[in-house]
Design a protein around this ligand. Structure first.
Ligand SMILES: Nc1nc2c(ncn2[C@@H]2O[C@H](COP(=O)(O)OP(=O)(O)OP(=O)(O)O)[C@@H](O)[C@H]2O)c(=O)[nH]1
Length: 353
């Protein structure tokens, strides 16, 4: 890293002397930095889990987006049935897990799709099965966590991020979108995405995004990540399109579509580029979205899930629970929960990897 003019370059600072942090000066090399290697090796050995949910009406590009994000076929369509059969009468949840490995790091990715969401004429309470599923995963984790003989590594099925696809209407958020995000953002990290943004002109997109951000603000909806923690090259993009303060991404992700190659396609697009490149930040915010979900904020999303959403869910559970939850095999769980308010100090161990 280059030092700022007039300031010493980082290399010039004596090793171990960090006056800014008030740290103790070391008189020789101790090897603290090697802990990073240990952490890295541990993560490489054990791998980690990431659970993503995608919500939005049929045909908005949910599967395409997830496949493009992870550059693999992690979201597949059920084969065969006709259109009528494909759209379920109620929201059904479909979960699929895959192990993805890159440079020796293994990630167990679970994608939960929500076919049927918003597809009916009456969409009242269509978020109920989604809320139920998310809450059940917290419950499942809690049951494991409070067992006296608990597993060394609790399987984590909690949803770390919920990507919500907003139809590219170019107007305002619909009551359904608002209601959904209002409810869901209280229990999970919600990431709003303008679906098929390539079908809007750049001006339309920018205006639509602004309206959505206003709507989110006006309705007190905090989209993920709540706190801006920029730690990666994503900084460069984020300067032009900040994703804190009601973030919302304009994304077209047609990679993998018939006739497209290397993430490029030419839709009947209003975009003033002859070919739409999903990986090009000048064409859409797909790279930003990938940064948020994978490269820069994946661990943040997991931490927020554990320390905020799960903590709240546990707290609510503890507050209302009079009966001890049962362990997975009917075994009694841990001692009785403490009174409301003491719960946060209880099972809130550091987020598992
Ligand atoms: N113009 C445009 N088309 C897209 C984009 N993403 C996907 N599509 C196309 O939209 C159609 C539906 O995409 P899917 O990924 O199957 O959508 P889905 O939301 O998973 O659909 P369901 O499985 O029915 O819920 C396909 O023909 C895709 O090729 C995009 O960003 N822009």
């Amino acid at each position: 890293m280059e030092g700022q003019p007039g300031q010493p370059a980082p290399e010039e600072t004596p090793r171990g002397a960090n006056p800014a942090s008030g740290g103790l000066e070391l008189f020789g090399y101790v090897g603290i930095e090697a802990v990073l290697d240990q952490m890295r090796i541990k993560t490489m050995k054990t791998g980690f889990e990431f659970n993503l949910m995608v919500v939005g009406q049929s045909g908005l590009g949910k599967s395409t987006m997830v496949n493009t994000l992870f550059k693999s076929k992690v979201s597949r369509k059920p084969a065969g049935p006709g259109y009528e059969e494909r759209i379920p009468k109620t929201v059904q949840l479909q979960t699929g897990s895959h192990v993805i490995e890159e440079k020796g790091v293994r990630m167990k990715l679970t994608v939960t799709d929500t076919p049927g969401f918003g597809d009916q004429i009456n969409n009242e309470n269509c978020w109920d099965p989604i809320i139920k599923y998310i809450s059940e995963q917290y419950e499942k984790y809690l049951r494991e966590e409070i067992l006296i003989s608990r597993q060394r590594k609790i399987p984590d099925t909690r949803v770390h991020g919920c990507v919500y696809f907003v139809p590219p209407t170019g107007h305002w958020l619909r009551p359904l979108d608002l209601e959904f995000m209002q409810r869901l953002s209280k229990i999970v990290n919600v990431v709003p995405v303008i679906a098929k943004a390539d079908t809007l002109t750049l001006e339309e997109r920018a205006e639509f995004k602004q309206r959505i951000q206003k709507d989110l603000k006006a309705h007190g909806i905090r989209a993920a990540p709540p706190a801006p923690v920029f730690t990666s090259p994503a900084r460069a993009h984020s300067a032009s399109a900040p994703f804190h303060d009601s973030p919302c991404f304009q994304a077209g992700a047609g990679a993998g579509r018939g006739g497209c190659s290397e993430g490029l396609f030419s839709p009947a697009s209003a975009t003033p580029v002859s070919c739409f490149a999903v990986e090009n930040p000048a064409h859409c915010e797909f790279p930003l979205l990938r940064d948020l979900l994978i490269r820069s904020h994946l661990q943040d999303l997991k931490d927020i899930t554990h320390n905020v959403h799960y903590a709240r869910a546990t707290s609510r559970r503890w507050g209302t629970c009079q009966v001890l939850p049962q362990g997975p095999h009917g075994s009694p769980a841990s001692p009785a929960p403490g009174p409301l308010g003491t719960e946060l100090a209880g099972p809130m161990s550091p987020a598992p990897l």
